[in-house]
Ligand binder design. Structure first.
Ligand code: AMP
Length: 224
C-alpha cells in the first residue's frame, strides 16, 4: 500500500499535468547541491524538526513563479505551520496571482504510518517510492525499473518518526482548523489502497473546486 502524500501527489501530476511542489524534495535538492539553505536544513531534517518558516516560504515563493505553475500546482508538505498557511493566504507573487488554495488532509493510523515510514525506500535514479512491507520491489532493495540499489531517507528512522509526530501535533495540526474555518478543506481516509485514496482525493477536489473555482487564467503583464 502506498497512500503517502508524495505518492498521491504524483498521481495528480499524471492526471492533471500540473507540477508537484514538494518542500521536502526541494529541501533535499538544496542539501544535495550544498546551498546555504541546504546546510541549514540538513541537521533539522535529520532530527525530524521543521526548517524555519521564513526560509521555506522564500523557497516556495521562488518556485511558484516558475512558468509551469500557470495552470495550477500541487503543494506537497506545505504549509506545515500556521505561520506558513497565513503567509500563503497573503502571498501575491510578483509574477501574477494565485488561485485560492484548497487543502486536503490524508488521515492515517499512527501504527500504520510508522511501518510506512520505516519501510520506505526510494530509487535514487527515478525517485520511484517503494515500501518493504506494503509495496516491495521484485528483487530485495533493487529498483524494478532502473536496477539500482534503493536508498532509505536519513529521517525515516523510528527515532525521527517519533520526533516528527511530536512536531506534527504541535506545529502542523493547527493548520487543519485554519483551513476548516474557511471551508477550503476536506479530510480523506488514507487507510486504503493507493487507488481508493486517489479516488477519495479526486472527489474531494471536485467538491472544493465547485465551491472555490480557479479563475480563468490570464496573463496580467504578459509574464506567462
Ligand atoms: P517530507 O519529505 O515532506 O516528509 O519532509 C521532510 C522534512 O523536510 C521534514 O521533516 C522537515 O524537516 C522538512 N520540511 C518539509 N516541508 C517543510 C515545511 N513546509 N516547513 C518546514 N520544514 C519542512
Amino acid at each position: 500500500r502506498s497512500v503517502g502524500k508524495g505518492t498521491q501527489a504524483q498521481l495528480l501530476v499524471t492526471r492533471f499535468g500540473i507540477p508537484q511542489i514538494s518542500t521536502g524534495d526541494l529541501l533535499r535538492q538544496h542539501r544535495r547541491n550544498r546551498t546555504e539553505l541546504g546546510m541549514i536544513a540538513d541537521d533539522l531534517m535529520r532530527q525530524g524538526q521543521l526548517v524555519p518558516d521564513d526560509l521555506v516560504n522564500k523557497m516556495v515563493a521562488v518556485r511558484l513563479c516558475e512558468p509551469d505553475t500557470a495552470a495550477g500546482y500541487i503543494l506537497d508538505g506545505f504549509p506545515r505551520t500556521l505561520a506558513q498557511a497565513e503567509w500563503l493566504d497573503a502571498f501575491t507573487p510578483e509574477c501574477g496571482s494565485l488561485p485560492p488554495t484548497v487543502a486536503i488532509e490524508i488521515r492515517v493510523d499512527e501504527a500504520l504510518l510508522l511501518r510506512r515510514i520505516t519501510g520506505r525506500r526510494t530509487c535514487p535514479v527515478c525517485n520511484h517510492i517503494y515500501n518493504v512491507y506494503f509495496n516491495p520491489p521484485k528483487e530485495d532493495e533493487i529498483c524494478d525499473r532502473e536496477g539500482t540499489k534503493l536508498v532509505q531517507r536519513a529521517d525515516d528512522t523510528e527515532e525521527a518518526f517519533h520526533k516528527r509526530m511530536q512536531v506534527y501535533r504541535a506545529q502542523t495540526l493547527p493548520v487543519v482548523p485554519h483551513y476548516q474555518s474557511t471551508g477550503r478543506f476536506r479530510s480523506v481516509e488514507g487507510d486504503g489502497s493507493a487507488e481508493t485514496v486517489a479516488a477519495a482525493i479526486l472527489m474531494a477536489l471536485q467538491e472544493l473546486r465547485a465551491e472555490f473555482p480557479v479563475p480563468i487564467l490570464s496573463s496580467p503583464s504578459g509574464v506567462r
